[in-house]
Design a binder for this molecule. Structure first.
Ligand SMILES: [Ca+2]
Ligand SMILES: [Ca+2]
Ligand SMILES: [Ca+2]
Ligand SMILES: [Ca+2]
Ligand SMILES: [Zn+2]
Length: 581
């Protein structure tokens, strides 16, 4: 009996401890660690459980490898249902390796919720908008990036097998963790004819030889062997379909845009998120987080879609320039012009189809990894580049040695390779180069979440005044209505107006004993110039620019209660009743 009991206890203990992710997720969330895919879903559910009145955990759909994609939605039901408010959508990690993007989204959620009762500004923002948050878009990518051996740029794409080298086999030759340390590092071989030599100041760094100099090393690429024995090493890993080139707007086939997939929305999870967005037409602000480079990028992703309307640019500039100041060192840039051209990307879709002001946040600058008493922003601007120079590498190695004690770089170590013979394996490890060390994560997630919070504070806030009511005859009244938007973001973006993406805002007037005789936009209240609407004057169409107003003048016959009903797809609704007597 005693034995059976102890076996039972051990079994229960094993079951409890095997569900280790549950133990790693506590509310408020911690940001001194990176959450695994499973823990992100746990975190969404835990936030929902801790704040049941303000949140909903929504199943979005499944991925190509059948993993679940979840959203956390934040909304105060007491101030209205979600669709009746401006929608703010935030996601991250559409590129599987860009994992800290998810931490920004989780932090944003956790921060709004934990401050709701104690910070009046946050309370106002929660009460005002509906928030749609998908911390990790590429759930397969995140799962494999964290679980498998990788380097910092691997597992970016979706898990849709593609035959990259056209040999009839699909995803048959990934890189290999030859020394079994969980990282895919670099391979180098001693070679007097090599194109590299050891840096005289820093033996871990190699520099390109100049003409006439003697070489020392040949670089052999990422750690790996020829898995399918076709004479090439690491030539066909996962995909390649890039989730951020697979959206059904300005999409181009693979021969124009590498990684675009066979057709738009061929990614199972991408299509699910497309449907999810389509069911939430109130979304007006989008932030999608990536790494790396320290940038806030605005649309468009390709020149064909520019120039944007100057009024839209002014909104982007306001939000982007504030973000630039909130996150020191980050640059607010235009995607196609300042970075490179992309087709079928997510934010072009959310701007071009949904009419939402859309940004990409490129998190993390490796230049922040300093070992220096010189403030980072005082240093000479080297311009941003994905390829680092050796001086930056050396500085980062000092940071690695003195600040994080060797966590980011694997020293070069001899290895016997089946093809190359005696080589060395070493270099930057998986959780380096594009991600902050966890001690710097808190700062990154807070500042970037604050950039989103600023944008959320600028969604339209519409109020209505009924003024200048005059009795003209016994049963005829002049009534003026003013609709004011006190925030930067207009009730409809100018691109959406131009392309007629969806109906404009509507002002409807009705009452039991009244008839709207005439009405239209009051273009000049001093000269009394009204642009009368010929038919159905009781229904008026409008949009309200940011920090601006639109005024109407009506002639109404009859008396009694009149209802003025303003309704906007993205800016909510305002209803007022006025008694004509
Ligand atoms: Ca192949
Ligand atoms: Ca492949
Ligand atoms: Ca091969
Ligand atoms: Ca092959
Ligand atoms: Zn990315």
């Amino acid at each position: 009996m005693k034995n059976i009991l102890s076996v039972l206890l051990i079994t229960i203990f094993a079951i409890l401890t095997s569900n280790s992710s549950a133990q790693n997720v506590t509310i408020p969330l911690r940001f001194d660690k990176y959450y695994t895919y499973a823990e992100i879903n746990e975190a969404i559910k835990a936030l929902n459980k801790a704040y049941p009145d303000l949140t909903e955990a929504v199943f979005v759909g499944k991925s190509d490898e059948n993993r679940e994609i979840w959203a956390l939605e934040i909304n105060n039901k007491l101030t209205g249902n979600k669709l009746s408010k401006p929608g703010v959508y935030v996601d991250g990690n559409i590129h599987g390796n860009e994992i800290q993007a998810s931490e920004v989204v989780l932090y944003f959620a956790d921060y709004l919720l934990k401050n709701y009762k104690i910070n009046p500004e946050i309370k106002k923002l929660v009460d005002k908008n509906a928030y749609y948050l998908i911390p990790t878009v590429n759930v397969d990518g995140r799962y494999h990036f964290m679980k498998d051996a990788n380097h910092s740029s691997m597992n970016r794409g979706l898990r849709i097998p593609k035959d990259d080298d056209r040999d009839g086999l699909f995803d048959e030759d990934f890189a290999d963790d030859l020394d079994g340390d969980g990282n895919i590092c670099q391979m180098r071989k001693k070679d007097p004819f090599g194109k590299y030599k050891t840096d005289p100041d820093e033996p871990r760094v190699m520099i390109r030889i100049k003409d006439g100099e003697k070489g020392e090393w040949t670089l052999l690429g990422s750690e790996g062997i020829d898995n399918d024995n076709d004479g090439q090493i690491n030539e066909d890993s996962e995909g390649y379909v890039d989730g951020n080139r697979n959206w059904g707007y300005n999409w181009e086939p693979n021969y124009v845009q590498r990684g675009s997939g066979d057709f738009p929305f061929s990614g199972t999870g991408i299509k699910a998120i497309g449907n999810y967005l389509n069911e939430r037409p109130n979304i007006l602000v989008v932030y999608a987080f990536h790494n790396t480079g320290g940038m806030i990028l605005r649309v468009p992703g390709s020149k064909e879609l520019s120039p944007l309307n100057p009024n839209d640019i002014a909104v982007f500039d306001n939000l982007g320039e504030h973000a630039e100041k909130i996150i020191p060192g980050y640059k607010y840039l235009i995607s196609w012009k300042d970075l490179y051209t992309t087709y079928g990307d997510f934010t072009d879709f959310t701007f071009g189809v949904l009419g939402a002001y859309s940004f990409v946040g490129e998190l993390f600058k490796s230049e922040d990894e300093t070992y220096s008493n010189e403030p980072e922003n005082k240093k000479e601007d080297e311009g941003f580049s994905f390829r680092e120079n050796t001086e930056t590498q050396k500085e980062r190695l000092k940071f690695n040695d003195k600040v994080v004690h060797g966590a980011l770089f694997k020293d070069w170590t001899p290895y016997k390779h089946p093809v190359y013979g005696d080589i060395e394996i070493g270099g930057w490890v998986k959780l380096s180069s594009r991600l902050p060390h966890t001690f710097m994560l808190q700062d990154l997630v807070h500042r970037n979440a604050s950039a989103v919070i600023y944008a959320a504070s600028q969604t339209p806030e519409v109020s209505m005044d009924i003024f200048d009511v005059k009795k003209l005859e016994s049963n005829l009244y002049q009534v003026r209505v003013r609709l004011v938007n006190s925030k930067i973001i207009p009730t409809m973006c100018y691109y959406a107006i131009k392309k007629n993406l969806y109906p404009k805002d509507i002002l409807k007037i009705n009452g039991k004993n009244i008839k709207v005789v005439s009405g239209g936009i009051l273009e000049n209240s001093y000269t009394n110039k009204v642009n009368y609407k010929e038919y159905k004057p009781e229904v008026q169409f409008l949009t309200i620019p940011g920090n601006d107003k639109v005024e109407f003048q009506f002639l109404i016959s009859g008396n009694g209660n009149v209802k003025f009903d303003y309704n906007s797809q993205k800016a909510g609704s305002v209803i007022k009743t006025y008694n004509l007597k």
